[in-house]
Design a binder for this molecule. Sequence first.
Ligand code: SF4
Length: 250
Amino acid sequence: MTLSTSGQPPLTLGLPGVGAASAVPVPSRERRATCAGDLVIAGLTPMSSCDWPGRLVATVFLQGCPWRCTYCHNHAILDPRAPGQVPWRDVRDLLARRAGLLDAVVFSGGEPTRQPALADAMREVRAAGFGVGLHTGGAYPRRLEALLPLVDWVGFDVKAPRDLYRAVVRAGGETTAADQAFASLRLVLDSGVDVQVRTTVDPTVLSDDDVRGLTATLHALGVGDHVLQEVRPDGTTSEYRAALARVRAR
Ligand code: SF4
């Protein structure tokens, strides 16, 4: 196991009113799966050295997530119907200005694989000469499988051991999220794409034994290094902050 203190990545949201709904038109149904310009982008970090270890990247945060994790620190990014705040052309312009300075673009979220336009955006990034990174929790295994040939590195979030998955993500049926996540992890590991597997440890759900058991499970699946991230209270709900404080006071 590796303990990371970085926690969840910082999110730089687009400025309110800049590139708001009117600047990011809702795409027609037939264009939705093919055009990078259809991406609904919640925020853009122009330069980051922590979103892909060892690389200098721009990070694009995509709107929408099917899960509702206990410790989620950015509720504004969850609603898939919310309008984008940053048009794709801003990402394109950034890459044109930063050629030779940035190594790659990381697509994060939310759950970035939710958006069909992601594949086209990844192709465009690669064609511009940049690497492609992806942060995912694996909620959409079939979409992820189709994206893997376009990806150079995956930051894969495993939320919990199977039996505690729903307690963390708080969505879907009893085993839905766990089934999706472990199927996706299998696809990533089998693809040979470089991957970092990490868990933000929620101490209100997971005991130390749960975490040790998860690490053992992941090693058995072929994960060499399981990175543990400390949960951060900022941005979470008041109920969660109170629960976290109680657990940490024990
Ligand atoms: S996967 Fe969980 S932590 Fe990440 S955006 Fe969705 S709800 Fe928030």
